[in-house]
Design a protein around this ligand. Structure first.
Ligand code: PMP
Length: 419
């Protein structure tokens, strides 16, 4: 389990591998399944006295719960026999049409037939990996990358090769080199996995000129692009960027989600794929879940048709912008010299690099004792990098808690530098 979100979940105490009587029975792919850094933190980060800058839970406080409740009640009363029944693995046609409207905000002209609705984009990631990856195949991903995707790739025994980012996102030259090295080694690269907007955990956005360059590099190398874009509509100035999918529809699988723009607990996301790939994804979805949850899909569909969802997204943008501003101001004011961090213009995350000699994973228990939590950088790499980095999330805590969390973190870092 590598779920990013359920900060409230209880962590099952580890019994230790040696005590597991089933150890010899597991498939080889289960070996790659280990608890993520994020998950290990849930138990401590959840204590009320700890300010958690760790979890990536969206802040749903701004949702109009009463009117959503009324819509759900009317949905069950009027269409309950459909809403509570099995559906198709492809997803509800009406919702797929609405998803096309959502994607048009980022320049995508998709056909509803080419969309597969999934239980969150996490499931879309799983399906894509399931249909493309044989053990040992290479997935190229930004370094650092989304912990939940790394978990999925590991569970299908993919080899992840990281490519560096800078303030303008994935570096095209580094991608070119990684592809050349993999090719020289005779390894099969199946796809580039990228989060171009407000990257998790990096907080950076891929430059528009680089987008074209990266698409060209992948096309030339015969490598698909998987564009994971759950934060794309959460630009703090209302800005959007042209989706990779809009620039090269035949070579990009686009993953979208309502988790950050509406309600993560409904578990509704989607994949938009080239036609032939879509067919395979539907078959894989049938095998995995028969159909994505129909009630959830109908709730999302109702919400989109009855609520000012674009206005709601604007209020999310404002709320997260305020939190980002508060975190960045606190970092400017309190962090010791030699710490550097990214300055996201959307999304949930800031990526911080601490002075040499500090190991963010080793420091973590001391931070928790000082009542602040972050995610150590090492969890966002498949290859052990990231020991001087940490992810700081500003999405969930109140402004006061963010301020207090940064103050506490600065004290811990200063003490660490004296050790
Ligand atoms: N991709 C990225 C980059 C994410 O940050 C997340 C959630 N944290 C997901 C995919 C999964 O989102 P969901 O399954 O809720 O749509």
């Amino acid at each position: 389990m590598h779920s990013e979100e359920p900060e409230g979940n209880q962590v099952t105490p580890s019994t230790g591998q040696n005590l597991d009587p089933h150890l010899k029975r597991y498939a080889a792919r289960a070996e790659g399944m280990t608890a993520s850094e994020v998950r290990a933190l849930f138990a401590v980060a959840n204590r009320p006295e700890v300010v958690s800058l760790a979890g990536g839970m969206p802040n749903l406080a701004a949702l109009p719960l009463d009117s959503i409740a009324a819509e759900v009640a009317s949905l069950i009363a009027k269409e309950g026999l459909v809403a509570l029944q099995y559906g198709s693995a492809h997803g509800l046609p009406a919702l797929r049409e609405q998803i096309c409207d959502v994607m048009s905000l980022e320049g995508i002209t998709g056909h509803p037939d080419d969309i597969v609705v999934t239980a969150g984009s996490q499931m879309a990631l799983d399906l894509v990996t399931r249909i493309f990856i044989d053990p040992g195949d290479v997935v190229i991903a930004e370094g650092p990358s989304y912990v939940g995707a790394l978990g999925t790739f590991a569970s299908y025994q993919a080899q992840v090769v990281h490519v560096e980012m800078d303030a303008a996102g994935l570096v095209p030259e580094a991608l070119r080199q990684a592809l050349a090295v993999a090719q020289a080694q005779g390894r099969r690269v199946k796809f580039l996995y990228t989060i171009p907007n407000f990257q998790n955990p990096g907080g950076v956005t891929l430059d528009v000129i680089r987008r074209a360059e990266i698409l060209e590099i992948c096309r030339q190398a015969g490598v698909l692009v998987v564009e994971d874009n759950p934060y794309g509509l959460l630009g703090f100035e209302g800005q959007t960027y042209p989706a990779l999918r809009s620039m090269d529809p035949d070579n990009v699988i686009y993953l979208g989600s309502f988790s950050k723009t509406f309600a993560s607990g409904l578990r509704v996301g989607w994949a938009l794929a080239p036609h032939a790939v879509r067919e395979k994804l539907v078959l894989a979805a049938e095998a995995a879940v028969l159909s994505p949850p129909v009630l959830s899909q109908m709730i999302v569909s109702r919400y989109l048709s009855t609520h000012d969802w674009q206005g709601q997204i604007k209020s999310f943008q404002q709320m997260y912008r305020e939190r980002r501003d508060t975190l960045l101001a606190g970092l400017d004011q309190h962090m010791p010299a030699d710490c550097t961090w990214t300055k996201p213009d959307g999304g949930f995350f800031v990526w911080m690099t601490v002075p040499e000699g500090i190991d963010t994973k080793a420091m973590q228990p001391r931070a928790v004792t000082a009542r602040v939590a972050y995610v150590p950088g090492i969890g966002f790499y498949a290859d052990g990098f990231g020991s001087r980095q940490m992810r700081l999330s500003f999405c969930f805590p109140t402004l006061d808690r963010i301020r207090e969390g940064v103050r506490r973190l600065a004290v811990v870092l200063e003490q660490e530098m004296e050790l």
